[in-house]
Design a protein around this ligand. Structure first.
Ligand code: F3S
Ligand code: F3S
Length: 105
């Protein structure tokens, strides 16, 4: 199981979540952050600190953002399991559903 970052993160990228994650599994894309589904240990520390409530346990993702589970998983299709987000820096990529969104206020 994993936690998922949904649409409210897009173009906001507050990054408070990064400091809470004990396994450094929250990766930065161009317009959103993404949680690695295999590296996340479900500690839940990231969820309450996001000021825009973008983070959900995978079973609790609101219906309108259900596709964000897939977005977080598929973001890593080509990256694999880097084993730590800090060393990766900003990855100049986004999942297609996020790349296709109009600019978020
Ligand atoms: Fe995004 Fe919230 Fe983290 S806005 S970067 S999920 S603190
Ligand atoms: Fe990290 Fe949040 Fe998972 S703090 S381990 S991404 S639940």
């Amino acid at each position: 199981m994993t936690y998922v970052i949904a649409q409210p993160c897009v173009d906001i990228k507050d990054k408070a979540c990064i400091d809470e994650c004990p396994v450094d599994c929250i990766y930065e894309g161009e317009r959103s952050l993404y949680i690695h589904p295999d590296e996340c240990v479900d500690c839940g520390a990231c969820e309450p600190v996001c000021p825009v409530e973008a983070i959900y346990y995978e079973d609790d993702v609101p219906e309108q953002w259900a596709e964000y589970y897939k977005a977080n998983v598929e973001f890593f299709d080509e990256l694999g399991s880097p084993g730590g987000a800090a060393k990766m820096g900003m990855i100049p990529l986004d999942h297609p559903i996020i790349a296709a969104l109009p600019p978020q206020a």
